[in-house]
Design a protein around this ligand. Structure first.
Ligand SMILES: [Zn+2]
Length: 313
């Protein structure tokens, strides 16, 4: 049997996803007791409208990177997917500590209990959709590295490794501008996790080609998302980096995304550039270059879809 991607509406063949923003946020409920400046996305009709524009531009799927306990709502993700025809892949796992209240349940669990929770959300149902007639499942693990390996919860890293070994799911890992990726990778290798299951996020904020080349050659995937962030100077950083990676024949290890957790980046909230910019901005620009169509398709969906596919047994 071939691997399938678990979307919020059920399993889908990876090639059916179409263009896929590899790291985004479609819904973030405010979480009491956390940083009041944390991003919030909770206007369902505006979000639906924006997703329709993404679909109309040619978008096929969205990888939602908000785990449970810090704003995820699987029922609403399923509603949004049903209403717009955009495939949505939800996650289990853990985000940065600051997005949870001080006594959040997840952070009190043993590694074993946290792994059980992650596996339950990947194979049974998301916690908040337990009573749904149709189970809504997570399709991957999203985890977060703090500013150093030592500051990151060892328990939760172990839990993620165990859930990955048990289910074969992919892990997308938030990094603080690419910090400590080498140490996180070594941790997972020591934990018997195949680097082929790993995606390191936001690493284009560390645009050192030697680092990217070395990481890509381990089999890990690298997620780039600063295309619309002037602060990170995309013209002198991510675009030339991407060009070098393609010239080095490493296109299979790259996933493109926009990571628009901030509503100021959504057109439906009066911001710029909007979710459709994944297609109208990034893909349109790549199409003006000599990059072959098949490689553009891999960068903009194929690579992440194959990594999200879970093989039974
Ligand atoms: Zn994110």
């Amino acid at each position: 049997m071939d691997g399938l991607v678990t979307t919020v509406l059920g399993p889908v063949a990876p090639e059916a996803l179409g263009p896929t923003d590899g790291h985004n946020h479609l819904w973030i409920e405010p979480t009491a007791g956390t940083d009041p400046t944390a991003p919030v996305l909770n206007d369902e009709s505006a979000i639906r409208q924006e997703l329709m524009a993404y679909r109309a531009a040619g978008g096929g799927a969205m990888v939602d990177c908000q785990p449970g306990g810090c704003g995820r709502n699987g029922r609403i993700l399923a509603n949004l997917s049903r209403a717009t025809g955009v495939h949505v892949i939800a996650c289990t796992g853990f985000h940065l500590r600051r997005y949870y209240p001080p006594h959040a349940m997840l952070w009190q669990l043993s590694a074993e209990a946290a792994a059980d929770l992650f596996v339950e959300e990947l194979t049974g149902s998301l916690r908040e959709t337990k009573n749904n007639p149709q189970p809504i499942r997570a399709g991957f693990l999203k985890i977060a590295g703090e500013a150093s390996f030592e500051q990151t919860s060892g328990h939760l890293l172990e839990a993620a490794a165990a859930a990955c070994r048990a289910t074969g799911c992919a892990i997308e890992m938030h990094t603080e501008r690419g910090t400590a990726v080498e140490e996180f990778l070594q941790f997972f290798v020591d934990q018997q996790v195949d680097p082929q299951r790993l995606v390191f996020c936001h690493v284009d904020k560390r645009p050192d080609f030697g680092f990217h080349e070395a990481m890509a050659k381990t089999g890990a995937m690298l997620e780039y998302d600063t295309f619309f962030r002037p602060k990170y100077k995309p013209e002198i950083n991510v675009w030339p980096l991407l060009e070098k990676m393609l010239a080095a024949g490493l296109s299979s290890q790259i996933v493109l995304a926009t990571d628009m957790a901030d509503s100021n980046m959504w057109a439906a909230f009066g911001g710029q550039p909007g979710l459709a910019a994944f297609i109208n901005g990034i893909r349109a620009r790549l199409e003006e270059t000599a990059v072959p169509v098949s490689i553009i398709q891999d960068l903009m969906g194929g690579n992440i879809a194959r990594r999200l596919a879970i093989f039974p047994g």
